[in-house]
Ligand binder design. Structure first.
Ligand SMILES: [Zn+2]
Ligand SMILES: [Zn+2]
Length: 338
């Protein structure tokens, strides 16, 4: 097969590689589409360390071309989207259901080889069948959508509540759609107004460009009260965390999905005085089927978020496109992507 193999920071070569061997309980997937995200970018630059050589790519889907004996949850020839994280299944965290928090968690495309290749091998339990009506370019967003489904549901939105989404990248534009599917009204807050047209087309009722007037005033105007009921933070910056606290009403909920690497000042005075609940949300536990359902039912659209498409041979350009301010989701499409 052909694979994009990372030999070191910024040393990514598309070259022939041995076909992955199908071990027990695994399936072999012919990759039809793979998404590129900030995690891949930070691995590519070397900011995030991996063992070399490594095939990146954790957001991908394709057709099952082989399965280990006894695998019956997916069939050879069927289309699947890959849940690229699996846990040890034995530790106390796994046994109590917190498998996303397992300290021995394995991430496909980071700890083991992933989907920037013609073929990828994954545990069968990580392969979710794609409903027949769901196209590859929508299904491609299933992985980041699963992240967002968990984040939104940890805020327990009620129909008619008001929500603010911080950030208008892939996660923000997906969070907006999940909140709409849950019946919430949504204000999108972003540093740039570039994606507000798309945000409105995907169901945002209001938008606010950070820095153009006070965001807390916008949140009060939007909610018609002391602030929004809940905030989903997807920007991953220290400033977004304090902004979330400024937008939420007393008694409201804030869910953080971003991972700011810089230290984050938090006004705990505000947290106590306004009795705000701050919740972290880490990837997903059991949200993959719900993500696939939302896409299959058209309640969330993935395809409008794909701004750039490249072949595997042009993956070097794809990494450049990821940094293009106009890019949202960059996709690597194999032959025959639907
Ligand atoms: Zn990703
Ligand atoms: Zn575990």
């Amino acid at each position: 097969m052909k694979a994009a193999i990372l030999h070191g920071p910024r040393d990514l070569r598309v070259e022939p590689a041995a076909d992955p061997r199908v071990d027990a309980d695994q399936v072999l997937v012919r990759v039809a589409a793979a998404g590129l995200c900030g995690t891949d970018y930070s691995i590519w630059t070397g900011d995030r360390a991996v063992a070399y050589p490594r095939v990146m790519g954790h957001e991908f889907l394709g057709t099952v071309v082989a399965a280990a004996p006894g695998v019956d949850r997916v069939r050879v020839g069927g289309r699947v989207v890959v849940e690229p994280n699996y846990s040890c299944g034995r530790c106390p965290l796994c046994r109590e259901g917190n498998r996303n928090l397992c300290l021995q968690r394995t991430a496909v495309g980071i700890d083991v080889d992933g989907g920037f290749a013609e073929l990828a091998c994954v545990p069968a339990r990580c392969a979710w069948p794609i409903p027949s009506g769901l196209g590859d370019e929508d299904a491609l967003l299933a992985e980041p959508l699963a992240v967002v489904v968990r984040a939104v549901d940890r805020a327990v939105p009620l129909a008619g509540e008001t929500a603010a989404v911080l950030g208008a990248g892939t996660l923000g534009l997906l969070a907006l759609q999940v909140l709409r599917a849950r019946g919430a009204r949504v204000l999108v807050v972003s540093r740039s107004g570039r994606r507000f047209g798309l945000a409105r087309a995907l169901g945002a009722e209001a938008t606010h460009e950070a820095g153009q007037g006070a965001a807390d005033t916008a949140a009060r105007g939007f909610s018609g009260r002391e602030g929004v009921d809940l905030v989903i933070e997807t920007a991953g910056t220290a400033e977004a965390v304090s902004q979330a606290l400024a937008l939420v009403r007393p008694g409201g909920r804030v869910v953080l999905t971003g991972l700011p690497h810089e230290s984050t000042p938090v006004s705990f005075f505000t947290v106590v005085r306004r009795e705000v609940t701050i919740t972290g949300s880490m990837i997903y536990q059991d949200e993959f089927p719900e993500a696939v359902r939302l896409l299959a039912q058209g309640l969330v659209q993935g395809r409008p978020l794909i701004t750039h498409r490249f072949s595997l041979d042009a993956i070097g350009e794809a990494f450049g496109a990821h940094r293009d301010p106009a890019s949202i989701k960059v996709a690597i499409l194999g032959q025959g992507a639907a």
